[in-house]
Ligand binder design. Sequence first.
Ligand code: PEP
Ligand code: MG
Length: 325
Amino acid sequence: RQAQYRLLRNKPAVTRDGTRIALNMNAGLLVDLPHLSEAGAEGIGLFRTELQFMVASTMPRMTAQTQLYASVLEASGDRPVTFRTLDIGGDKVLPYMRNTPEENPALGWRAIRLGLDRPGLLRMQLRALLRAGAGRELRVMLPMVTEVSEIDRARALFDLEIEHARRHGHSLPSRILLGSMVEVPALLFQLDALMERVDFVSVGSNDLLQYLTASDRGNTQVASRFDPISRHFLRALKTIIEAADATGKPATLCGEIAGRPLAALALVGIGFRSLSMSAASIGPVKAMLLALDLGRLKAMLEPILAGSGPDDVAGALRAFAEAEG
Ligand code: PEP
Ligand code: MG
């Protein structure tokens, strides 16, 4: 199997009927980078910047941040990298940052909320990203956006940093793209306003599923209780990809389900053309896509999502996959 996946490494993921799917990799530390070419990923769809903060014993300084981001870009060569700004708080606690205990950390002071309340911290990170990305494309993504106004406020801070870099004579990235994670259900009802504000979106299905089904992703008793391959969850995801397509905004999905072949099948079936997953999942997902007839998959899936056909969507997909070989 492993050897078979290695053979696929430099082969693009194209379905049997000719649809190209971009398979990217999730990363967070320098040790992940060799996997980029080993797995044949097209880029880093999600770089979790908080990992550097979580493995450190003190707050990483700007120079350390800049160095990490520059090394990541260096190692990635021409492959695009999407850096997500700090997603700390919640279950991702920093021992050196004083925080008040929270009764519901997943619903608490985390990610972009923390960044906007501690603009010094967010600006330092944006400054490091701008330095590291000098002369090339820089893609930055905001985590846990709940209302589109948070994007406006983050963009204003970003603009201040761009202006600061310019004033100090630093060379800037050749292109700067700002995107948003879609992982809080409230955003599903602001998709028009969201698409107007961003250059791209990426669905965080881990959190989106957690919040949509009110089930703690870290609690083993409930974490896998509700199957993401369900009519309701796929419908929610479909509204996102449809809104993105209608406005020409690139969309990807970077939660764990992207790396599960059966779930990836569902995602491609509802319209996703870009996925980001752990490096180890790229081979299996690519093998599945190369064997897929997307037209037949869509014909099977559409009536089910519309409400007719079996309620067991995962079962129907499994039967489809088996019948197709
Ligand atoms: C997600 O929520 O799906 C996601 C990709 O982000 P994280 O797992 O880091 O919260
Ligand atoms: Mg998340």
